[in-house]
Design a protein around this ligand. Sequence first.
Ligand code: MG
Length: 374
Amino acid sequence: MSELANYALKTSVGRIYNEEAPRYRTDFQRDRDRIIHSSAFRRLEYKTQVFINHEGDLFRTRLTHSLEVAQVGRSVASALNLNVDLVEAICLAHDLGHTPFGHTGQDELNQCMLKSNGEGFEHNLQSLRIVDKLEERYALFDGLNLTFETREGILKHCSLSKAKELGNIGERFLQGTRPSLEAQLANVADELAYNYHDVDDGLRANLLDFEDLQEVTLIREQLKLVLAKYPNLNGRRLHKELVRQLINMTIYDLIETTNNNIKIHAISSVDEARVAPLSVKYSDEMSQMQRELKKFLMKNMYRHSKIMQLRFKASNIIRSLFEAYMSDSMLLPEQYQRRIDSDGVNRVVADYISGMTDRYAFRQYNRLFTVESV
Ligand code: MG
């Protein structure tokens, strides 16, 4: 690994519970390893982004998405001489708190929680809750006891009222400062990865039409470049080369713009990065093109009738499960019932539902509501 830049994070300010330093790893490598060995990480394999898990074996799940985010994050981090291990840890943990059934599940659970106690449900906060509290695998502490730096990266956004409850991790929201450049990068890597793999999955599922996709400036321009290089290419290889070209040129833009921002803002330490304007980002032109792509995906893919049907079903399942457990907490597994006194029934039900994989949620729904499965 090349030497870290002076604006890269080198060491941690610490963990919630003091532990001996790892013998053969850095603190951030230890964080990454703990995340990979967690139950919440393994469950990502059976949670979806846009499609429902068993709709097809080739679509992205939250696990493959998280691995792709980490890959993008590592590449960019190493080009910018940022701390690759820290970026990797944040990227791998960023979706741990996601509900089953992608954003539909999150929206529905949020609605249910808002109605029942006004608190709502937010997957970022849930990711933090998992690594700070819900994982049970160490003798000395709850959660994974990760470093402050990985935890601050996981908490991408947060309301001011919530920030006040969170102690040092919430402080930056109250002060209007920024997280480390590594955390900023993990955030952009997430967006970059999902925009393009949604294009990839959308083409594969025939939800997106190759001709229609060329309405999007970025895609039209990059397709021209691919065809100039390979005039006879068509079908799947053309679609794959296009996605590859899109990812590469977007990453180049991100690296060059960020490098430039670091110079313009004269950032020469971690502390300066926290008070400087947001630095890890695309050029204005690229941001504009990304917005156009997102708008296209929203209209043509996320609201496609096939997806809307899945979303309808997913919402019903989440709402029905929530109402059932709230109406009788004895339906919850015992280890969840035990936490009701300390955490409140709403939060315990949200923990249980959000921890489910897609197929586990289906199974629980059938167990409670379908006559045949009794
Ligand atoms: Mg994500």
